[in-house]
Design a protein around this ligand. Structure first.
Ligand SMILES: Nc1ncnc2c1ncn2[C@@H]1O[C@H](COP(=O)(O)OP(=O)(O)OP(=O)(O)O)[C@@H](O)[C@H]1O
Length: 360
């Protein structure tokens, strides 16, 4: 099992310079509000995914008043085999290396180390629009399928270029349909592949979701998910041709896999509209644990589970269920944060040897 052994942060968020060790299967980062617990989890996430979980742009992750950051961590596969992963950001350029080799493209690092984060604002995955759910699926599939990641990059680039072309055309600054035909070819090839992968993914993912929901809630509700896409009815090429007049009118591409969504269902009804707050929480945790189960199966490695402040928001029964699940043999390294050290110690009483504490 791959384990994170230690991590050093330099000018990352509130850390000028700090090093932390992880010696136990479960590590709890304890400290007062604003002491940097979430930032430390985010540093671990950044080393796995090449970017922050919490900030879309890099600027907020660089310590105020400085020009860049460095995060470096040691991972071990067994007692003899260790390797260093390093992420450096300076003057607008990010560089990642693994085992001393610098990646040509940051995306080449995706899939090397898996992590799953559960954070308080994640409930948006259920309540907000489709973009977050697409990102959730894309993040998961990009981790375990390089062709998916490449197709996603191609699709997004062609989509941006097509939208820019449509705007130029409306201003009279672009002519001819050669470029449009080229964009449509790229969108068709990459988009059709994304669609096929997402359709297959739903079938593999759903059993994990159902299993973890039942374990967490102990309830009798049936949960499920439906992949919604126009491509179920029509090939992408045809769809793009048919919606072209609409695209010209709105100056952007109105149809395609960038409009796909996931319907999250409880007893056949959308959980967003019908679920109680408690059911939504259980659903969210089940989604994330299913992400863990799916990645583990596809990548043949235990992702690192990162739990930010989750016990604060859970009732006693869900907290106990979650602890039982993450301490089972299916789960590897867990790093969590809590303001109350006592709460965590109590939760682990009888299993103290599993628990390490980092005090900030
Ligand atoms: N780029 C940055 N430069 C300097 N400080 C930063 C930067 N980004 C965030 N911080 C500081 O980090 C602190 C927040 O850290 P973090 O969110 O990790 O705290 P926390 O311990 O998780 O808190 P809580 O228990 O409230 O969730 C804040 O004091 C914030 O001002």
């Amino acid at each position: 099992m791959v384990l994170l052994r230690n991590i050093s942060l330099y000018q990352f968020r509130n850390y000028r310079q700090a090093t932390f060790s992880f010696e136990k299967p479960v590590t709890c980062i304890c400290g007062k509000n604003g002491s940097g617990k979430t930032n430390l989890l985010d540093a671990v996430y950044t080393l796995c995914y090449t970017k922050s979980y919490f900030s879309a742009s890099v600027a907020p992750t660089v310590m105020n008043g400085t020009e860049g950051y460095r995060i470096q961590a040691s991972f071990s596969e067994n007692a003899e085999k260790q390797h260093i992963v390093s992420c450096k950001y300076l003057n607008g350029k990010k560089e990642i290396s693994c085992g001393g080799l610098i990646y040509e493209k940051l995306s080449d690092h995706i899939g090397r180390h898996a992590a799953v984060m559960i954070a308080p604002d994640d409930i948006e995955l259920i309540n907000d629009g489709s973009e977050l759910r697409r990102k959730f699926v894309d993040g998961m599939l990009s981790q375990c399928n390089r062709d998916y990641l490449n197709a996603l990059i191609d699709y997004q680039r062609a989509l941006q270029q097509r939208n820019a072309w449509l705007k130029q055309y409306a201003r009279g600054a672009a002519q001819g349909n050669d470029m449009l035909a080229y964009f449509d070819d790229v969108l068709d090839k990459s988009g059709s592949y994304l669609f096929a992968c997402r359709r297959e993914w739903v079938n593999g993912f759903a059993p994990f979701l159902q299993e973890y929901y039942a374990l967490l809630s102990g309830g009798s509700e049936q949960v499920g998910l439906v992949y919604e896409s126009d491509l179920h009815r029509e090939p992408l090429k045809q769809l793009l041709e048919r919606s072209l007049s609409e695209d010209f009118r709105y100056q952007r591409t109105m149809r395609g896999v960038h409009r796909d969504d996931l319907q999250l269902l409880m007893n056949g009804q959308p959980i967003k509209s019908y679920g109680s707050q408690g059911q939504k929480k259980s659903f969210l945790f089940a989604l994330k644990l299913a992400q863990y189960g799916f990645l583990k199966k596809q990548m043949h490695q235990n992702p690192i589970l990162l739990l930010d402040d989750v016990f604060e928001k859970l009732d006693q029964q869900r907290m106990e269920s979650l602890l039982r699940i993450i301490r089972s043999a299916d789960f590897g390294q867990v790093i969590l944060t809590d303001t109350h050290e006592e709460r965590i110690r109590k939760a682990f009483s009888g299993n103290e040897t599993e628990l390490g504490i980092i005090r900030l």
